[in-house]
Design a protein around this ligand. Structure first.
Ligand code: ZN
Ligand code: FE
Length: 256
């Protein structure tokens, strides 16, 4: 199985996974990059997965339907392009012989879901939309810090080797914030250098892995003493994970 990040808009990625003849695309916010990739690789479009209803993730779905030969899956509790098969935690989404477990990961949007494939595509893989970014997390548009803490906790429990496919290329700016939170974390400094050279070469920094995110993503490290101390200095009212995350999220919103 091939996994490719198709750049869209200014900083979105539409993820495509293919077996050489058929492809699944995730969060096609616009149709153009998908149509070009399918044509260039002579792939049939076998399924579309949607993680949440935002236009930069679903805006291309209807335009792709004429060439779609299979299902559209999406969050059961959000208004998304129809027809689609609504999914929530405990459900699975099947396409291309792959079985994706669905996780509820609310907070960026109230009904946001993620798709996790454990084994049959090589290393495990998760499509997490705008819930987790490399070294960061989504904004809390429709949820609380406690919900984001719980949603990120579900993702953090996936196997270390899980490839993390996020909806946006925000890694370098997230890493500047991660450095401010944990200046002594050498994994962050090393990863920052690595990502700078990838971006300089015009390449995506994604997918990341769950193992790496656990080492460098401040929002997955709300129990680390250094992260707690930094959050307490930026308004966290207790050492609880959700209070630490709330303070980090507010701090990050103002961070330049
Ligand atoms: Zn979004
Ligand atoms: Fe987005």
């Amino acid at each position: 199985m091939n996994l490719i990040a198709l750049p869209a808009f200014a900083d979105n990625y539409i993820w495509m996974i293919d077996d050489g003849a058929h492809a699944i695309v995730v969060d096609p916010g616009e149709p153009g990059p998908v149509a070009e990739a399918l044509d260039a690789r002579r792939l049939e479009l076998a399924a579309i997965l949607m993680t949440h209803y935002h236009a930069d993730h679903v805006g291309g779905v209807d335009a792709l339907r004429p060439r779609l030969k299979g299902p559209v899956y999406g969050p059961a509790h959000e208004r998304v392009p129809e027809p689609s098969i609504g999914r929530e935690e405990g459900d699975s989404a099947e396409a291309l012989g792959l079985d994706f477990e669905v996780l509820d990961v609310p907070a960026h949007t109230a009904g946001h879901i993620a798709y996790f494939n454990r084994a049959d595509a090589g290393e495990p893989i998760v499509f997490c939309g705008d819930t987790m970014f490399s070294a960061g997390c989504g904004k809390l548009f429709e949820g609380t810090a406690a919900q984001m803490y719980s949603s990120l906790g579900k993702l953090a429990q996936l196997p270390d080797a899980t490839r993390v496919c996020c909806g946006h290329e925000y890694t370098l700016s997230n890493l500047r914030f991660a450095q401010a939170v944990e200046p002594a974390n050498e994994d962050i400094a090393r990863y920052q250098e690595h990502c700078q050279s990838l971006r300089a070469a015009g390449k995506p920094t994604l997918p990341s892995t769950i193992g790496r995110e656990r080492r460098i993503n401040p929002f997955l490290r709300c129990g680390e003493p250094a992260v707690i101390a930094a959050a307490r200095a930026h308004g966290a009212t207790s050492n609880s994970g959700s209070d630490v995350l709330a303070a980090l999220r507010t701090w990050k919103n103002e961070f330049r």
